[in-house]
Design a protein around this ligand. Structure first.
Ligand SMILES: [Zn+2]
Ligand SMILES: [Zn+2]
Length: 351
């Protein structure tokens, strides 16, 4: 007990020391002033960072849907769910260089941070308008965010000056992707060795809903967006290196649904029953990975987000029987580096 009281006095003494406070502040400022990871833009590798692996259900440490792809001088975001800008900033992704956002569909958990991404990337020095690609309907979405952020754009130009905050660079440019029928993909853009394609997936009644494929110097990644198990995704993802696929553990949600029903929580029970039919179970995602010949399966949009190792095992139950490759439960801040013309996939958690 005496020891504890003594250490408490020491702690209070340390906290009260102004020299230590000042040094901490200086260190924090030095960390904040560190450059963004601009070297990733053109180091010959395909980089993928999970900026949001959650869903509409709040989860500790997880933003909603967002996946960053960086290669060939381009920084592209697939979906920008609520909280994703925070993850991008915390991990010092090269914000001023975001050139495109690809929306998979218009559920709020996939686009809630579009306003913040547009505003903050501009504040950080984005020098050209931000292209926002998506299914038909994207113009209305972009127009709404532009209107909502209109006052703030004006404040910043006035406060910092048009040299620092040029209005022309602030714009969000809506680009509609209309897909051919019969499940074929369409090239969204191809530049500097990076080719991006869109294809339809099955998220009915949300139509259309897209997945995206990126190819760069012999390496590839597919981001599924929200979908039930999709034969068209399999068709458009053949031979992919990294498959980032959504997953809803139906065997876990069904238990929660039954508990809610028994407790008389009709609204919650109904919604839980409804969501089962337009997502993919972890075992189905593993089957998809197997059918595409993917090297690695990364699960995101985790419903429910497993809070501990036991829940993670439960979430992944049966997946190893369906896919022989590595299966990764995605976490915010997880970085995959795929060097050009190689089979390697390096994985790390960013600081
Ligand atoms: Zn959705
Ligand atoms: Zn979603």
């Amino acid at each position: 007990m005496i020891h504890r009281i003594a250490s408490l006095f020491v702690l209070v003494g340390v906290l009260g020391c102004e020299g230590i406070q000042d040094r901490m502040m200086e260190r924090a400022a030095q960390q904040a002033a560190q450059d963004d990871r601009v070297e990733w833009l053109d180091d010959g590798a395909l980089h993928v960072v999970l900026c949001g692996t959650g869903s509409p259900i709040p989860a500790e440490g997880r933003a909603s849907a967002c996946t960053a792809v960086i290669a060939g001088g381009h920084f592209v975001l697939v979906d920008v769910g609520p909280g994703s800008y925070n993850t991008i900033g915390l991990h010092r992704l090269p914000r001023a260089h975001i050139d495109s956002v690809l929306l998979t569909h218009f559920h709020s958990d996939h686009m809630g941070d579009l306003g913040e991404i547009g505003m903050q990337s501009w504040a950080f020095g984005r020098a050209a308008p931000l292209r926002v690609y998506g299914p038909p309907g994207v113009k209305r979405v972009v127009s709404g965010f532009t209107t909502a952020y209109g006052h703030d754009t004006g404040y910043r130009v006035e406060h910092h000056g048009a040299d620092i905050m040029p209005r022309a660079a602030r714009a969000l440019e809506a680009r509609v992707i209309a897909l051919p029928k019969h499940g074929e993909s369409r090239l969204v853009f191809e530049a500097d060795g990076l080719a991006v394609r869109a294809f339809s997936v099955n998220h009915k009644p949300v139509t259309p809903a897209y997945g995206y494929r990126f190819d760069y110097k012999g390496r590839s990644v597919v981001v599924s967006g929200d979908t039930a198990k999709s034969a068209n995704l399999v068709r458009n993802s053949q031979g992919v290196d990294l498959l980032v696929h959504e997953a809803l553990a139906a065997h876990m949600i069904e238990v929660a649904q039954q508990v809610a029903a028994k407790a008389g929580m009709k609204r919650r029970a109904k919604i839980m029953a409804d969501i089962l039919d337009y997502h993919t179970t972890p075992v189905e995602a593993a089957e998809v990975a197997s059918e595409t010949g993917a090297s690695m399966l990364v699960l995101n949009h985790l419903v429910p987000a497993p809070p501990n190792a036991i829940a993670e095992r439960l979430f992944l139950r049966g997946t190893a029987d369906a896919f022989a490759g590595e299966i990764v439960l995605g976490e915010d801040g997880m970085h995959f580096r795929l060097p050009a013309d190689s089979d390697a996939i390096h994985r790390e958690m960013l600081d």
